[in-house]
Every structure is written in structure tokens, then in C-alpha cells.
Design a protein around this ligand. Sequence first.
Ligand code: NAD
Ligand code: DAU
Length: 356
Amino acid sequence: MRSIIITGGAGFIGSHVVRLFVNKYPEYRIINVDKLTYAGNLANLKDIEDKPNYRFVKADICDFDAIYALMQEENVDGVIHLAAESHVDRSIKDPFTFARTNVMGTLSMLQAAKLYWESLPEKYEGKRFYHISTDEVYGALRLDHPEELFTETTKYQPHSPYSASKASSDHFVRAFHDTYGMPTIVTNCSNNYGPYQFPEKLIPLFINNIRHRKPLPVYGKGENVRDWLFVEDHARAIDLIFHKGKVAETYNIGGFNEWKNIDIIKVVIKTVDRLLGRKEGEDLNLITFVTDRAGHDLRYAIDSRKLKTELGWEPSLQFEEGIERTVRWYLDHQEWMDNITSGEYEKYYESMYANR
Ligand code: NAD
Ligand code: DAU
């Protein structure tokens, strides 16, 4: 029996992690703590919401008292911490919210776990605080040096307010291990894609725009490179590392799957066209080059050999299959998409792009 808080479980990656744990471990109690910001959506968890080992708690991770009380009430022995503000463009417009949630919220989770676990006779025995982070903390790699990859020892060099806030939260997590002996783990993952991603991120935004024949705003020249991993492979890695990872370690998680934005966009366009019965490539003319993102990191690429060597994890899905499944999922779940993109959000989206 374990009692695990998963924060941010109503978001994109969190919902996949919650689903995996609830289904795979019926003997565990899974408590999804989520504030339900614009990015949190309980519709992402419809299929498991009635399972007896699942509980949803609407709470802000910055609310130390609420988190501490919940840990006591549920005898929590594990935390998988995903809740965060996650969109780089929003962090450029509103960095304070990112510092509050990503830095202060993580600190509040750590302090609540520390005080609760230290109050128990067994203290940190059998406990685990697992923090989910990003490859963006390492900064950017060079385009003309494909041999360069982010490893677990790459220096932190965040460029955006988002990545600076995630870097700061990573440091706090490690500090709680080094100072108090808390059994922590940090993982840094590359770009995820798959079902249930909020349609402000490149792939779901573009799938929806192509469907509605709206322009596709490509930042700069579309030459930036990202390393794409199917979200269920990330969830599998989180499961493995939560159970088998070594305390105080960092693991990089990535797909060995680098794509230039413009190339992945063309693949998405052709896949949507084909699945909608349009002439393949007929929507390529929707590509619209717009002003670049400020401080836009040129290239991310993860070296995940440590995770493979030590724990035997590898991505299971070929990209061609993953992107086909992803596009098909969004086209088949138009109602999910419409519920998000109608009303208030539409106004927000238009204001985001009004001055580009
Ligand atoms: P998301 O934006 O889809 O979901 C974030 C979730 O956190 C939402 O459900 C939101 O309601 C919740 N949340 C936000 N602020 C909160 C608060 N103050 N209290 C409680 N809940 C709050 O994010 P995602 O893409 O699923 O990312 C999840 C985590 O994984 C983040 O920590 C992110 O930094 C990290 N990550 C994401 C990616 C990626 O490609 N998406 C890659 C690597 C790491
Ligand atoms: O690398 C991991 C990170 O990946 C996560 O930590 C973040 O939470 C997640 O949002 C993601 O960050 P990116 O900034 O890489 O993802 P995004 O989908 O916003 O953008 C992917 C690339 O596409 C990036 O180079 C910017 C570009 N882009 C994005 C959007 C939304 C465009 O050209 N046009 C767009 O409209």
C-alpha cells in the first residue's frame, strides 16, 4: 500500500501519469492535487475518475496549510510533483506567476513533505519526493554541433522566465536532499507530444488550426530544433524512476528524436490533410512566419543513456506512429478541443497573437 500525491494531474503529462498509476496499481491510493488553472482539465481523466483508488483534490500547491493537512490526512509517503506553469510564451508576458507557482509552489510542497515526514517515527524511510523538470534548464545547444547533447552534468543555463523558474525549483529539491536528507529525485525531460496537451503548445495548436484552415504562426524561420517524446513514454519513465530510481539522482529523459520546427510542422500538416481526406500538403500554404519568440532557444537534445543503462528505459514508440496516433486523437476529440478553444480562451489566444 502506498499513498501518493501527484500534483498537476489534471494537466497534460500529469493526466497520463495519474491514469497509468491508478490503472496499474489498484493497491495504491492516488491523490491528484491540482488548482485547475486554465491548463487543468478534469475531462482529461474522465475514464478513471470513479476508480476506488483515486481522489481529486482541488488545491493550490502554494497553499502550504492545505498541502500539509492533506499529507497528514492521507498518510502520504510519495510525491510526484508535476504542477507548474508550463508555457514559455506566457512566462515572457507574466514571469511573476511562474516564480510563484514553480518556485514558491515547489518550496511549499517540499516544506510540507519535510515537516510531515520528519514528524513520523520512521521519518524518511520508504518516502520519496520526485520532481518533474525540463531539459530547458540546460539552455540551448548549437545547431551546427549535432554531437552535443544535454547530459545530467550539463551546466544549468536557463534563458526564459519559465526555464529559470524550473531551474530554481530543481535547485530547491536538491537542497532539501543535501540539507535535510529528504529522498528526492529530479528528472529533466524533452518536449512531450500526445493526447490531452493544451492547444497553446505547437502540435495541438497547429492540428486545430489546420483543421479550421487558420494560419500557422511559425516563430522566426522555423529552424529551432526540439527533441520529441510521446507522452506515454514519459509516463512510463516516471513510473520506473519513482520505483527504481536512486535517491538524490538526476535522470534525463528524451526521445533521441530531433526535429526542426518547420519539418515537424510539414509532417503534421500532411498527416492532418490525409486523415481529413484532403489532398496531402494542400494546407502547407497556412504556414505563416511571424516574429520570433524572445530569447528563443535554438536547439534542445537529450542524452538519455544513463536512464537506459541504469534502469533499462527506452522510448517505445516510433515517431511516425506517435504522430499519427496524436493527430488522429485530436481529430477524433473535437469536442474536447472545442470546450477549450471556445469562449474566453479564444479571446486570450487572439490577444496573444495580436501584436506578433
Ligand atoms: P500543463 O500546463 O499541461 O499542466 C500543468 C498542471 O498544473 C495543470 O493541470 C494546472 O492546473 C496545474 N497547476 C498549475 N499551477 C498550479 C498550482 N499553483 N497548484 C496546483 N496545480 C497547479 O503542463 P505539462 O505540459 O503537463 O507539464 C507538467 C510538468 O512537466 C511541468 O512541471 C513541466 O515543467 C514539466 N515538463 C513538461 C514538458 C512538456 O513537453 N510539456 C517537458 C518536460 C517537462
Ligand atoms: O523542452 C521541454 C519543454 O517543451 C517543456 O518544459 C515546456 O513545458 C513545453 O511547453 C515545451 O516548451 P517549448 O517552448 O519547446 O514548446 P512549444 O510547444 O511552446 O514550442 C515548440 C517549438 O515551436 C518552439 O521552438 C517554439 C515553436 N512555436 C511554438 C508555438 C506555440 C512556433 O513556432 N509557433 C507557435 O505558435
